[in-house]
Design a protein around this ligand. Sequence first.
Ligand SMILES: *Cc1c(COP(=O)(O)O)cnc(C)c1O
Length: 477
Amino acid sequence: MDLFKYPAEPFRIKVVEPVKMVSCNDRERIIKEAGYNTFLISSEDVYIDLLTDSGTNAMSDSQWAGMMKGDEAYAGSRNFFHLESVIQDCFGFKYMIPTHQGRGAENILSQIAITPGQYVPGNMYFTTTRYHQERNGGIFYDIICDEAHDAGLNVPFKGNIDLDKLRNLINEKGAENIAYVCVAVTVNLAGGQPVSMENMRAVRELTQQHGIKVFFDATRCVENAYYIKEQEPGFEHKSIKEIVREMFSYADGCTMSGKKDGIVNIGGFLCMNDDDLFTQAKELVVVYEGMPSYGGMAGRDMEALAIGLEEAMQYEYIEHRIKQVRYLGDRLREAGVPIIEPVGGHAVFLDAKRFCPHLSQDQFPAQALAAKLYAVSGVRSMERGIVSAGRDKVTGKNHVPKLETVRLTIPRRVYTYRHMDVVADAVINLFKQKENIRGLKFVYEPRQLRFFTARFEEVNVNKSTAVKSGTLAHNSI
Ligand SMILES: *Cc1c(COP(=O)(O)O)cnc(C)c1O
């Protein structure tokens, strides 16, 4: 293995957690009982868990030591002041409010910054982010560049905002009808694609001319910064921290899930510069989270997050993280498995439309593929396609995203390159027998964020009817 292309783990292992492999027969029963939804499988029954990189991180010895220094005072905990100073140093914002996780921050921001009927343009959507925007009367509007919707296209910075789309929206609807621009760095649902510094700067210039605020979804900002250092001219000699600092100089505030680039298991925060907004946010945080000096977090959790953020800014850490994910993507691509290009920061996304060409999108190919991958290998992944996209609030119809994907999400500092090989072998093997993956239909569809708890069963089409008329066969069941 090329040590420069794929650097070995920049840590040694001090604590281990055994995992077990359940038998193939058991896995088939388990996934059926879980309604073909990988969210509903017990963790005990999973061999390699790539469901999410959210809160699944391994903390360092320094972070665990920090946990012992938790100051659990109800108000004014010293860990809050530590976290606040680290966040101010890394991101440059005046104010910070801790929340229980990212969606806690989204809830508060959406309530204070959106007037019902206003548009909230964003570079693609994230499930919880869009949910809170819409719940508060906002109208989500996608302004990501067209390249992001083309799964096979290998160009850098596919998370960029299309400035023409943003300009047209402002001209058409008027600046007063835009709540703020939401810029995710990186874009989770586009495959973890980063946004270039040039694009952030241009978005800032355009919105400033119209007095429109910009809030970043900072959840994976360190991964985004690595891509800027690696691929954007002029940044190769800057430190990750300098790059992060510049990125956030183009925003009025941010929401962040600490469960991702904060390298902790729980936590999040909301930042801003505006005094009025901060006052409103403080009024709401006591309703939904807790005192402004702990939000939804214990003192020890704030300490772990403060230390985690500093560790995330270290070059060796983030280089290994990005390249380990890339290694898995490289192995799959070399075997001809269709993946989203280029490989993003936190996950490899299988392109389920090309992986399962025999299934139509209303048979939930990504959901079916994720379920089958578990059954054949014990590797747990997640659907990111039509099920995650949900239904239109007004028409009740399914959103039909162009990207129909299965996400293999790599937890931070948890698995080795050898684990990546096991995953690659399992996916490659399944790809060779992809005709065995059967379509699914809902047996239970929750009204909100349905992907978390939905249940399915396999569609029982025999091949001859499926070939005659896919839609007819599907409707008749
Ligand atoms: C995870 C995530 C969130 C929500 O954060 P939680 O901590 O899970 O509530 C928001 N945006 C993005 C891009 C995320 O990946």
